[in-house]
Design a protein around this ligand. Structure first.
Ligand SMILES: *Cc1c(COP(=O)(O)O)cnc(C)c1O
Length: 401
């Protein structure tokens, strides 16, 4: 495949890194819709299936459009290689199937994405994989929870929906001292703001569904890591389990990466302004946003995320008890006329959600309490609309309890 264009700057790689043009000289990367590939000879086919020669054989194993996305995302994350999947969750499944066996132990933050907690804590437990969930921000708790069988540390920063920030370098040191790997879910910050591999992470996991696509169109996932992990540990799982990314979805995300940096800068700038406005709002009890000086890990976030808080914030409405808080949060969401009530995020359209009843709805009340996902909490994934229109939309509910 193409030579890595390592001497080019990030901005250039974001729009240029891809497999070679076809003989037609297309300027926009081609979308190859094919499930199979004609082989040049029986000998070549045998070598390709054995992995002794590069070349596409079958759609479950690889596709040139998918390869373009993988090359571009690897370049942006500063990783040797990348392997993409049909969704973010299937990327986590691929990682766990590749790295773990019965008896192994995974150490995770208890503030991770709801489905991640479910997949690792419940589904993988059926196959004998043990897991422990610890505080996102308590480095000593991570260290204390390490076991001789710990193979993987898995964190996400900033988290959904409370935007808690963990110290990637500190967790990488704990993992490596224990002979384990650190995987970082970089969905919220994206490589536009945060480069976990530079900070010591071994694997970067992505839900391409979110900011990488950036316009709420397709599902996608990916793992960025060393060439060896990708080829020897993850690719065999893809081949046998088939969590393959569709070429069309890969193409959409590939084009999304071209505008990732400018979208993240613009959406983060709006998020900071909205967070500052909410902080002074009479109906708001608390705002969670890493860009605010009041955020408990503000300094760490600014150092780790190129001085940027990201595009997601959450806030708690003022209320007397949990029932009133839930009713008031629902009132704010139901009053919206401009922003979309949607549990998704990573869109240019601002999206609002009630995490306790949606993304974290499958958790037990106890798990939700530990994760801090209270009933009055509302998450805003800030998009590209005008700040004043967003504020007016929120005030429709916030001023009419
Ligand atoms: C959405 C999300 C995922 C899961 O990705 P899907 O593409 O929906 O499967 C994982 N982690 C985080 C932080 C997410 O927001």
């Amino acid at each position: 495949m193409t030579q890595k264009k390592t001497d080019l700057h990030r901005d250039t790689l974001a729009v240029r890194e891809a497999v070679e043009r076809s003989q037609y000289g297309e300027n926009s990367e081609a979308l190859y819709l094919t499930s199979g590939y004609v082989q040049p000879s029986a000998e070549a086919a045998a070598r390709r299936f054995a992995g002794d020669e590069e070349g596409f054989t079958y759609g479950r194993y690889g596709n040139p459009t998918v390869a373009s996305l993988e090359q571009r995302l690897a370049a942006l994350e500063g990783a040797e290689a990348c392997i993409s999947t049909a969704s973010g969750m299937s990327a986590i499944l691929m990682m766990c199937m590749g790295l773990l066996k019965a008896g192994d132990h995974v150490l995770c933050s208890h503030s991770m994405f709801g489905s991640t907690i479910k997949l690792i804590g419940t589904d993988l437990a059926k196959f004998g994989v043990e897991s422990t969930f610890v505080s996102q921000t308590d480095v000593a708790a991570w260290k204390a929870a390490i076991k001789p069988t710990t193979k993987l540390l898995f964190a996400e920063t900033p988290t959904n929906p409370l935007t808690e920030v963990c110290d990637i370098r500190a967790l990488a040191d704990i993992a490596h001292n224990a002979g384990a790997l650190l995987c970082l879910d970089n969905c919220f910050a994206t490589p536009a703001l945060q480069l976990p591999i530079k900070l010591g992470a071994d694997i970067v996991m992505h839900s391409g569904t979110k900011y990488l696509d950036g316009q709420g169109r397709v599902m996608a996932g990916a793992l960025c890591a060393s060439q060896e992990l990708v080829t020897k540990t993850f690719l065999p799982v893809l081949k046998s389990a088939g969590m393959t990314l569709a070429p069309f979805n890969a193409w959409v995300v590939l084009k999304g990466l071209e505008t990732l940096d400018i979208r993240m800068q613009a959406q983060s700038a709006r998020a900071l302004q909205l967070a500052q406005w909410l902080q002074d709002h009479p109906s708001v009890a608390r705002v969670h946003y890493p860009g605010l000086a009041s955020h408990p890990q503000h300094a760490l976030a600014m150092a780790q995320q190129s001085g940027c808080g990201g595009a997601v914030l959450s806030f708690e409405v003022k209320a007397g008890d949990a029932d009133q808080a839930r009713a008031r949060a629902f009132h704010v969401l139901d009053a919206l006329q401009v922003m979309s009530l949607s549990p998704n995020l990573g869109d240019t359209k601002p999206l609002m959600a009630h995490p306790a009843s949606t993304s974290h709805g499958r958790l037990t009340e106890a798990q939700r309490q530990t994760a801090g996902v209270v009933q009055g909490l509302i998450r805003v994934a800030v998009g590209l609309e005008h700040l004043q229109d967003i504020q007016t939309d929120l005030d429709r509910g916030l001023l009419t309890f």
